[in-house]
Write a protein that binds this ligand. Structure first.
Ligand code: URP
Ligand code: ZN
Ligand code: ZN
Length: 475
């Protein structure tokens, strides 16, 4: 099966040029001027841009939380990602603490959920939320099965948090096996005190979620972890950067040559604690929380100045009102969501939708006004995550031999964005009513056309699990 995309403008992380792309089977076969091959399907991309499919390094599909589950599963979330131009996602495997099966059982359970549903290609990160000698001995097995990344937390005491000594040990093992540690940075001890005080004082509204999780906790916890990176000489990736001070700490550490990198997410660029004070403030609840306009501004600088390497989403959606069904693929569906915490902010499931919003929202807000070049956009949303997570050049690249994960992007298309367009399986969208210019027109996964305008052509099960290589680049 061969096809050719003609007359498009290719955007890579470093270059912009006009060329045709010849696809053979599932891969890019050739890129060049005026390519021809008799009898093959021709797709005309005149006036359009061709981007490598987006790589979202941070999703949570079908994640159990607070007695419910994140409302996109490994099919619906993949479909939403594809409509937004993303063709690879990386999901986090929870560590259940089931000693009998250990990490292998946790991984097998997540594969069993994902494999039959996957509609785009996917990889996994492993959460390490309980650590002992047995887990230490099991970590190297993950590399054999293609999982080269471990997430640790300095928050969620008694549930997910590791102590500094444990994080130090995890990072030493990671270093030895060419793995990368990812950090959720907040101060769990202080959060615990503040939450207890807030509840005792009768403060139950959503804004208290943010007020009990101070930005300084994220900042000092990030620096603490960077110091562990220095002491172990192991790479570290700071997930969901939300505080301007984290940008400062990342800059400080990188200036000193430490192998540390960072990711932010669109929600932290646009929203603040003020949004939690709205009547529907629960929609903005995630951890870490929204901060301030000054934090938004510093995060933008972090992107513009290449202090931050990636933009992921931390997609972890819940219904705002999970008692009211929505229609999804013709069927009514309702999944308990944010209403669970109507009387107590600590019971509001943490997380929000974004996997399909990331590229269109960022293009309109960053590329159109000239804050980021189209090449920086591709680097942040596709090429850099592919490199950092050991997928490059199979993913994130427009080169012969790469998977033909391609987005034909219409830079002129204007849309009124929102829940109706975004395809995420939830009842709200953070960017409701935003006027966007620039949107995917066609999306190819390994040469297969899976999105054609409004039409979904993908299928559950066509996404492949990506075994990743250890020793990936530190950017
Ligand atoms: O609120 C969030 N972000 N939920 C997902 C879990 C996490 O820590 O990333
Ligand atoms: Zn996290
Ligand atoms: Zn997350």
């Amino acid at each position: 099966m061969q096809k050719i995309i003609k007359n498009g403008t290719l955007i890579t992380a470093s270059d912009t040029f006009q060329a045709d792309i010849l696809i053979e089977g599932e891969q890019i076969k050739a890129i060049g001027a005026d390519l021809h091959s008799p009898g093959l399907e021709v797709i005309d991309a005149t006036g359009k841009l061709i981007l490598p499919g987006g790589v979202d390094p941070h999703t949570h599909f079908d994640l159990p939380m607070f007695g419910t589950v994140s409302s996109d599963d490994h099919y619906t979330g993949h479909k939403a990602a594809a409509f937004g131009g993303t063709t690879t996602v990386m999901d986090f495997v929870p560590q259940t603490g089931d000693d009998a099966g250990g990490l292998q059982a946790d991984l097998a359970a997540w594969r069993a959920k994902a494999d039959p549903k996957a509609a785009i290609d996917f990889g996994f990160h492993m959460n390490i939320t309980h650590f002992d000698e047995k887990i230490a001995a099991e970590i190297p097995f993950l590399v054999e099965v293609g999982i080269t990344t471990l997430k640790v937390f300095t928050a969620y005491n008694h549930r997910l948090r590791l102590g500094d000594g444990e994080i130090f040990q995890v990072m030493r093992i990671a270093k030895e096996h060419g793995m990368l540690t990812m950090l959720h940075a907040e101060n769990g001890d202080i959060i615990e005190v503040l939450v207890a005080e807030a509840l005792a004082a009768g403060h139950t509204a959503p804004e208290w979620h943010a007020r009990t999780r101070p930005a300084w906790g994220a900042v000092e916890s990030a620096l603490r972890a960077f110091s562990i990176a220095a002491q172990t000489e192991a790479p570290l990736y700071l997930v969901h950067m939300n505080a301007g001070g984290e940008v400062d700490m990342l800059h400080y550490a990188r200036e000193r040559g430490l192998p540390v990198m960072g990711e932010t997410c669109p929600q932290y660029l646009f929203f603040s604690e003020d949004d939690l004070r709205r009547p529907d403030g629960a929609k903005w609840i995630c951890s870490p929380p929204m901060r301030s306009a000054a934090d938004n501004a510093r995060l933008w600088e972090g992107l513009e100045d290449s202090i931050i390497q990636t933009v992921g989403t931390d997609h972890c959606p819940f219904f705002f009102d999970g008692t009211q069904p929505i229609i999804y693929e013709g069927q009514p569906i309702a999944i308990p969501g944010k209403e669970l915490g109507a009387a107590d902010f600590t019971k509001i499931p943490n997380g929000l939708p974004g996997v399909g919003d990331r590229l269109p929202v960022l293009w309109s807000t960053a590329v159109n006004p000239g804050r980021l070049t189209p090449n920086q956009f591709v680097a942040l949303t596709s090429t850099n995550p592919a490199k950092i997570f050991g997928l490059y050049p199979r993913k994130g690249a427009l080169v012969p031999g790469a998977d033909a994960d391609l987005v034909i992007w219409d830079p002129q298309r204007k849309v009124k964005f929102g829940v109706a367009m975004s395809q995420q399986r939830t009842d709200y969208n953070l960017y409701e009513g935003w006027e966007l210019t620039g949107y995917p027109e066609k999306v190819f996964l390994r040469g297969h056309l899976i999105v054609d305008g409004e039409q979904w052509l993908g299928q559950p099960g066509m996404g492949q699990f990506l075994k990743r290589k250890p020793g990936a680049e530190v950017l």
